[in-house]
Write a protein that binds this ligand. Structure first.
Ligand code: C2E
Ligand code: MG
Ligand code: MG
Ligand code: MG
Length: 291
């Protein structure tokens, strides 16, 4: 088509491509600066026990406020970071920040909430174990409150070394969950080989429950699968009461979503925690009891 439209169209297309490449390149440089100058921020989204309604933990989600462009979605800068290798320093920083935050909540506020951290391909990285051990040692947190969320894709990439890493992580007492479960590889055989604690049902399956009969079947099947494998199960992207009611009726253990709260800065999260405690009976040890 470009040919039939003649040279002008072709030139237009090329300059558009060049602009796109330049834009990505400058975004990459800006991201590098943001990492170096610690301009990235962690926000925390509550994880809720669906039986009691109580907040039992948080997922740490990265936020980047660009000086000119405002907040840039992790859906954009995380893939860029993966392509450029910046992801390793990001994951490293996030891990340490999250452990430090948890230590502050535990020591200063007396809240024992778990924090989940997303690890992209850092899970394949040789230094992961060293970094993880250092984080645990420096912050003195109980490893059982730290959870690592990994996706099926990364688990399948490099099976042997990933297996070794995951087993070693498990030995430390850190918990492991499969994020976006159901959207990656269709092979289920890895579930019995990996030392997992939790399956996290992808948001795309939650969106149309309880009306969509395919999705209700899939969600019920994942919940049963998790429980039969002695894993806990959490649903992400809960936005309304009907979704919540369905998940409660079908014994989903935990949930996350805008219905409860979006991801918020650390001080706002503490406020949510306090409210959650006031609503439920006052008891300061919050941990999922599964496993
Ligand atoms: P994810 O780990 O699956 O995180 C869940 C995403 O769903 C988050 O988007 C969260 O804000 C969003 N979400 C939560 N509840 C709802 C809801 O009820 N409705 C809707 N529509 N969305 C909801 P976010 O923060 O934009 O992150 C997107 C992805 O970027 C994450 O997906 C994760 O894969 C990646 N990511 C975020 N932070 C980090 C990080 O610190 N490190 C790494 N490696 N990846 C990260
Ligand atoms: Mg996640
Ligand atoms: Mg997810
Ligand atoms: Mg997801």
């Amino acid at each position: 088509r470009a040919k039939s439209l003649g040279n002008n169209q072709y030139c237009f297309y090329t300059s558009q491509l060049t602009t796109e490449i330049e834009r990505r390149f400058s975004l990459e440089n800006e991201l590098r600066h943001a990492i170096e100058q610690e301009k990235l921020q962690l926000y925390y989204q509550p994880k809720v026990d669906l039986m009691t309604g109580r907040i039992i933990g948080a997922e740490a989600l990265l936020r980047w406020e660009h000086p000119q462009q405002g907040f840039i979605s992790p859906e954009i800068f995380i893939p860029l970071a993966i392509e450029t290798g910046l992801i390793n320093s990001i994951d490293r920083w996030v891990l340490f920040q999250a452990c430090q935050q948890m230590q502050r909540w535990q020591v200063e506020q007396g809240y024992h909430v778990s924090i989940a951290v997303n690890l992209s391909n850092f899970i394949n990285h040789d230094s992961l174990l060293v970094v993880l051990k250092r984080c645990l040692k420096q912050t003195q947190i109980d490893p059982v409150y730290l959870e690592l969320e990994i996706t099926e894709g990364f688990v399948m990439q490099n099976t042997e070394s990933v297996m070794e890493n995951l087993n070693a992580i498990k030995q430390l007492g850190v918990r492991l969950s499969i994020d976006d479960f159901g959207t990656g590889y269709s092979s289920l055989s890895y579930l019995k080989r990996l030392p997992l604690d939790t399956l996290k049902i992808d948001r795309s399956f939650i969106r149309d429950i309880p009306d969509d009969t395919d999705d209700t079947a899939i969600v019920q099947t994942i919940i049963n699968l998790a429980h039969n494998l002695n894993l806990s199960v959490i649903a992400e992207g809960i936005e309304n009461q009907a979704q919540l009611a369905f998940l409660q009726q079908h014994d989903c253990d935990e949930g996350q979503g805008y219905l409860f709260s979006k991801a918020v800065p650390a001080d706002e999260f503490v406020q949510l925690l306090q409210d959650s405690y006031l609503l439920c009976e006052p008891q300061k040890t919050l941990m999922s009891t599964k496993n």
